[in-house]
Design a protein around this ligand. Sequence first.
Ligand code: ADP
Ligand code: MG
Length: 385
Amino acid sequence: MIVAGVMSGTSADGVDVALVKIGARGTDGASVKLLAHEAFPFSRAMRRAILEAMNAESTTTAQLARLGWRLGIAYTEAVQKTLTAHPCAVKLIGCHGQTLYHQARSGRFLERQFACTWQAGEMAVMAERLRIPVVSNFRPADMAVGGQGAPLVPLADYLCFRDLRRARVLQNIGGIGNVTTIPAGAPADKIVAFDTGPGNMVIDALMQRLFGRPYDADGRVAARGKVLNAVVREAMRAHFFRRTPPKSAGREEFGSGYADALLRACRRHSDRDTDAVATATALTAESIANAYRRFTLPLVMDAPVDCIVSGGGARNGTLMRMLSEQLEPMKWKLTTSDALGFPAEAKEAMAFALLAWQTWHQRPGNLPSATGAKRAVVLGQVTYA
Ligand SMILES: Nc1ncnc2c1ncn2[C@@H]1O[C@H](COP(=O)(O)OP(=O)(O)O)[C@@H](O)[C@H]1O
Ligand SMILES: [Mg+2]
């Protein structure tokens, strides 16, 4: 079955579409082959509208409703263009939608205690125009059984990257950083996955504020700056980094307020804008390596380790250099997922194709060890064509 995976993450940089051929293997396995991948950046205005909706202190109901439908149109056009470039018989679409709000841990509201999440994007638009059923809104089912609704990629990581002799540490660096650890030869319930902290989110925010650019292309700005180590050390004292997995984060933790505070801290040591960007980049590298030292190393002591980086952060040369320096003492092999046939930008979109396929076959999509859910459940909602 050919499935289209559609991903737009917390970076709000655009939509990635992956066309994936998926086949059943055994009773609960699947084989996954990437046929094509295309990326569609959001326009400046669209990105601004999404970021504003995520951080809004006040907006209008009409504005949010419109944004949901506009996203539905953006996803539809992205899939349409991908199919024009790579004609094939797609039978199902898996679309993550745009997370506008994600509160993984329960809080009190109107006299009840609960966690909640909101993925925007009207899927009826896509199902109708493309005449293909769409699976979307994957997080709530996991949260309804006590999970954090994230990360959801680990099941796909397991199906695509597990190895009998080598441990696999799969690091995605999107807006947020998240890692899936698969010990050599481990069964699914031995997988540990969690968010490591900021990915590109803080770097992007500072680039926007200080240089009027959406991101630090290839890490060139960070390469010109000096890392303010005292600021990184102080930032690493935050409770999030010490919390034991499962744990997840989003703009609620590392969004614009966080970037403002980090910038103020940088300014106390240096007035150079490049230093602030270098420091944000070092914080991402340090938070990833710190998470490995605390939580990952003990799981992978008995086998050689491949650390496989994906997401837009894999294209930030300075970040990758800092990460490789941090990992030097561990003697892990650091690569990007491209080397294993999964382009860094396509990996998450592929995962949502696979999750949709799981749902379509009424197979569970969450890994309780990764999300903290009480049990494995079928994820998502189906919009039939
Ligand atoms: N060439 C590049 N150089 C540096 N950073 C990049 C490059 N390409 C993408 N990125 C970073 O990756 C981000 C997008 O990553 P992505 O994996 O799509 O994240 P998300 O899942 O949050 O949308 C961009 O916002 C940018 O910070
Ligand atoms: Mg993206």
